[in-house]
Design a protein around this ligand. Structure first.
Ligand SMILES: Cc1cc2nc3c(=O)[nH]c(=O)nc-3n(C[C@H](O)[C@H](O)[C@H](O)COP(=O)(O)O)c2cc1C
Length: 328
């Protein structure tokens, strides 16, 4: 009997395949369909403090100097934020009522105070866990890498001092000492790290000579960076690792588990192929396990991590050098 159960963030998942945070996880109808397709858990769309702010930015701009408009600022702070937050908390409550798989809420805030506030609200609404969608673009030239990194640790400790539910952190690969930061974050109060978020990047339309948005969805070859870093960090960290970006098929799910991921998160493939993509991944993972005589995920998880590898060079090689010199 093949058993796909895993423990992620201390929660019991019937399989390691999670529907990641996106516009698809923002309605109760979709969440039910995702559960119906067999997902092990779901991460809700992030609530973005910035988005709430931007929605009303035009109102701010009409007002003139902010200090004359304390009334409106108060209104923004208490009423508008409250309405958006209320909608999100209703989604969490409904999801908890309707679904039996774990429901992970996701937040993205601007200030340390708001992170703590939103986190507590999500916990009170019944979320099983909280994923912090945190990204500080390291473009502020007056900040050192130490300043940037400290912000992550400060926010993590502020949030984990406010909530009892498990907290995971979804990060980007843009740290100057990525391995060290992953290790240190894993020894903080968080229970899981999601490697990595994919960010929207601007492109240029050369006909209109304008900045445009492209590549909202990932490609099926975009998983390699995640694969390398999960593989290099597995067994050297103190938290679960969840793989994100470029997981489009069951073969990539197997690869991520082999290098040491506890779970995988799927988004673009669901946009392209519908929620039944989850069912296909789960069924084929099970078939692959049967064909290889594995009765549980633990039987092979991390088998090909760097820690278990006899050939470290396969992970650490970054230059092509002579090795691929004869490549035609
Ligand atoms: C349309 C869209 C919306 C997304 N919204 C969020 C979000 O609200 N919060 C978040 O943490 N990630 C968000 N993501 C990122 C995904 O959760 C995921 O990390 C990323 O798309 C890489 O996974 P994939 O290759 O399976 O798409 C979004 C992605 C897409 C495509």
């Amino acid at each position: 009997m093949t058993n796909l159960n895993v423990k992620y963030l201390g929660l019991d998942l019937k399989n390691p395949i999670i529907a990641g945070s996106s516009g698809l996880t923002n309605s109760i109808e979709n969440l039910k369909a995702i559960e119906g397709a067999g997902a092990g858990a779901v991460v809700l769309k992030s609530i973005f403090e910035e988005e709430i702010y931007l929605e009303f930015a035009h109102e701010f701009s009409k007002l003139g100097p902010m200090d004359n408009n304390l009334e409106f600022l108060d209104y923004y702070d208490y009423q508008i934020k409250k309405d958006n937050l209320k909608r999100y908390l209703t989604l969490i409550k409904e999801a908890k009522k309707e679904l039996s798989i774990p429901v992970i809420a996701s937040i993205n805030c601007l200030t340390a105070h708001e992170w703590g506030f939103f986190a507590k609200k999500a916990e009170d609404a019944g979320a099983d866990a909280l994923e912090l969608n945190m990204f500080i673009l390291p473009s502020n030239l007056s900040q050192t890498s130490q300043d940037n990194e400290s912000m992550y640790f400060d926010i993590v400790s502020r949030i984990t001092s406010k909530v009892k539910i498990p907290v995971s952190l979804k990060i980007s690969p843009y740290f100057s000492n990525l391995g060290g930061v992953i290790r240190d974050l894993s020894f903080s109060e968080i229970k899981g790290l999601v490697l990595f978020n994919k960010f929207y990047s601007p492109d240029i339309d050369i006909d209109k000579q304008e900045i445009v948005s492209t590549d909202i969805l990932s490609h099926n070859s975009d998983y390699k960076l995640t694969l390398r870093w999960i593989g290099m960090m597995a067994n050297r960290v103190n938290s679960d690792l969840s793989a994100s970006t470029g997981i489009h098929d069951w073969q990539t799910v197997v690869k991520m588990l082999l290098v040491g991921a506890t779970t995988v998160q799927v988004v673009s493939s669901l946009y392209q192929n519908g929620f039944s993509a989850l069912t296909g991944m789960i069924q084929n993972l099970e078939k692959w396990m049967e064909a290889n005589n594995y009765s549980s995920i633990a039987d092979f998880r991390g088998k090909l991590s760097m820690d278990n590898s006899t050939n470290l060079a396969e992970y650490e090689r970054v230059q092509f050098m002579r090795h691929f010199g004869e490549y035609k």
